[in-house]
Ligand binder design. Structure first.
Ligand SMILES: C/C(=C\CNc1ncnc2c1ncn2[C@@H]1O[C@H](COP(=O)(O)O)[C@@H](O)[C@H]1O)CO
Length: 283
């Protein structure tokens, strides 16, 4: 490690790529993949101290209202950011424009490939692919990889919309159309815009975030005829019970809102719900 004092960042540098003035030296050869990350579509070699930075984090960074210099620097950077955000939307719309009927599948990034849940996710990808749907996922490991793999196995289009994270992140090998996004909200737009339904496999915070965003969009009629299918009763029943016992009981949701969710165990049942909603929409 260099012991040189850290140079002052160049205030005119407006890119989200690493500030060149902050290193001034070449990093040593790659020791392992944790020194690599993606900034949007670009693969970069970063020092470990830089790895925690992501584009989303820089966008959302709080700046002390008393720090006039940093506030004005941020204003300038944010103005440029808008162009980068715009370009990410353009690239996403271009890449996805040829996608036909598709379903977005969410689920845990942490599934063990030897687990029953991973096998269930493969079966969901296969069943959707056999029914003629392209499968869109977050492009990462676990349930995403498994659903892409199922789609790939049956020759269906397999799409992975990956996100820049503060550690090395690969698009899984079962993706035939892949993109790497800097901004979560741009990527989320693609998940909804190009799908006719969502399937949520067992998952944690990321999956819950995606589920609740979808629910809010359907509840507020921002998207219509958009089934949301929760696969895995064991995993989801407790959550839906809580919605009924707490949210509905306290009148924070209406009875119809619970009908927006379908809980199943069987991938074929999930596909039947999605296909039926598609047929109703074309009548
Ligand atoms: C934590 C691990 C990998 C993280 N990699 C991810 N790659 C792509 N998308 C991801 C990743 N992690 C979360 N997501 C998104 O959230 C959902 C899963 O989150 P959960 O908290 O695991 O339920 C998923 O649908 C993605 O869209 C392991 O090495």
């Amino acid at each position: 490690m260099s012991t040189d004092p850290k140079p002052t960042p160049d205030p005119h540098f407006t890119s989200d790529a690493p500030d060149p003035s902050s290193s001034g030296r070449r990093l040593p050869p790659l020791e392992d993949e944790t020194q690599v990350c993606y900034i949007g579509a670009t693969r970069v070699h970063r020092g470990r101290d830089e790895m925690a930075q992501t584009t989303d984090r820089r966008l959302l960074e709080w700046v002390d209202p008393g720090d006039d210099a940093r506030r004005s620097e941020r204003t300038m950077r944010d103005s440029w950011r808008v162009l980068r955000i715009q370009s990410e939307f353009v690239a996403g719309f271009d890449a996805m424009s040829q996608v036909g009927q598709a379903v977005t599948v969410f689920g845990s990034a942490r599934l063990d490939p030897a687990s029953d849940e991973y096998r269930l996710a493969v079966a969901v990808g296969k069943a959707l692919g056999e029914a003629g749907y392209a499968v869109i996922t977050g492009g990462g490991p676990g349930a995403m990889e498994a659903a892409n793999r199922g789609a790939w196995d049956v020759g269906a289009q397999s799409i992975g919309l990956n996100i820049e994270l503060p550690f090395e992140q690969h698009i899984n090998q079962w993706v035939d159309l892949g993109m790497n996004f800097r901004y979560f909200f741009v990527r989320k737009t693609m998940f909804v815009k190009y799908a006719q339904a969502f399937v949520c496999l067992p998952g944690g915070f990321g999956t819950l975030d995606e589920l609740f965003e979808a629910l809010t969009l359907v509840q507020t009629k921002k998207v219509v005829r958009f089934p949301i299918v929760l696969v895995g009763r064991d995993h989801w029943t407790g959550l839906v019970d809580w919605m009924r016992d707490v949210l509905l009981a306290r009148k924070m949701i209406s009875p119809d809102d619970l009908d927006l969710l379908h809980i199943v165990d069987d991938p074929e049942e999930a596909v039947a719900i999605i296909t039926a909603a598609g047929q109703a929409a074309t009548r």
